[in-house]
Design a protein around this ligand. Structure first.
Ligand SMILES: *[C@@H]1O[C@H](CO)[C@@H](O)[C@H](O)[C@H]1NC(C)=O
Length: 332
């Protein structure tokens, strides 16, 4: 099923698992899942429920209700016999590295983002920025995830030397809609309840402002994605259904997937001990694709799997401003 892209879901499995016992007794669990069917929240609930059953512990059943948006009549149409196709060049050269941020670095990034933002607000205390942030409800604390994303956004954009100063860059991330809809959806709703949200800024804007500025923009996008915005996105999709156009066509985009908050180590002990590592496979990877994972130690550290064009990766791993928050990075 690796890299399967088709409308074969009626005949082919929506998920498959492969368990490999290695020579030294270590166990490797590999899997694929159809992302139309589950998002990360549902996937980890499923996986950890499975592990819980193996340990003989009580489990919380998922919520299979399907009554949030009414019956959809949307149909995806494709011409002839062709189904959906990959929307990026899957053969383009790509380098992938796992960047480790220690818990102290994550705290440092969050403190830096909130500190610079506070001083930005003080400078413009009667100005429009503060007003806009308030209108968007953007005055709450910037999260550590948003701070880390802003750090990646700025650093990767610095490393993309081919971009003009006035080029527009886009940072995409997924928002969990469960607790944002009114009425709320159960946290154990089984399905895909994420939407992708985009934040934009020009290369020059990112370069001339500090970390707090970029982090505040990401924060404002997420805060604004409440019930009304979610329902509008769903209605827009109903009116013009399409497959999600994954990729980076203008070379100026970043897409953050997964989340350091998913319980990838706490809760999925099958009775063999704590997992040693969680990694994603090779599907859906392109220049600018990143996936966030909690650190294995469970101490608040974060691993970010970063995919970039080879030149960009080379420059990123030599960028001192970037590396000051990185605990250990592979050599360039
Ligand atoms: C993924 O799931 C959707 C929704 O059930 C289905 O239409 C599609 O064919 C599936 N794709 C694959 C590759 O299984």
């Amino acid at each position: 099923m690796d890299r399967t892209v088709s409308y074969e879901g009626h005949r082919r499995p929506l998920t498959s698992f492969q368990v490999t016992v290695l020579g030294d007794g270590a166990v490797f669990v590999g899997l694929v899942a159809n992302h139309s069917v589950v998002d990360g929240t549902s996937f980890w609930h499923f996986f950890n429920t499975w592990a819980g059953l193996c340990r003989g512990e009580p489990v919380q059943p998922p919520d299979f209700s399907r009554n949030f948006f009414g019956g959809s009549t949307a149909v995806l149409r494709f011409s002839g016999r062709d189904g959906p196709a990959v929307t990026f060049d899957a053969s383009a050269p790509l380098r992938e590295r796992v960047i480790h941020f220690s818990a102290a670095s994550i705290r440092g990034l969050k403190a830096a983002a909130n500190r610079c933002r506070k001083s930005n607000e003080d400078d413009e205390v009667k100005g429009k920025l503060v007003h806009d942030l308030k209108v968007q409800g953007g005055c709450g604390e910037i999260s550590s995830f948003q701070s880390m994303c802003a750090h990646m956004w700025r650093a990767v954009t610095r490393a993309r030397l081919q971009l003009a100063a006035d080029a527009k860059t886009t940072f995409r991330m997924a928002v969990n809609c469960r607790h944002r809809l009114r009425p709320k959806i159960s946290p154990v709703y089984f399905g895909n309840a994420i939407q992708s949200v985009a934040t934009t800024a020009t290369v020059a804007e990112l370069a001339s402002h500090d970390l707090g500025w970029a982090a505040a923009r990401l924060h404002a996008t997420v805060v604004a994605h409440e019930d009304g915005a979610i329902r509008k996105a769903a209605a827009d999709w109903e009116a013009a259904p399409r497959c999600f156009p994954l990729g980076n066509p203008d070379g100026a985009a970043l897409t953050m997937g997964s989340s350091p908050r998913f319980p990838m180590y706490d809760g999925n002990d099958f009775g063999w001990g704590r997992a040693l590592a969680v990694r994603s496979g090779r599907a859906n990877k392109f220049d600018g694709k990143m996936s966030a994972f909690p650190g294995q130690a469970g101490d608040g550290s974060v691993d970010v799997e970063v995919c970039l064009a080879p030149d960009t990766m080379g420059r990123l791993l030599c960028d001192d401003e970037f590396l000051q928050f990185v605990s250990h990075a592979p050599s360039p």
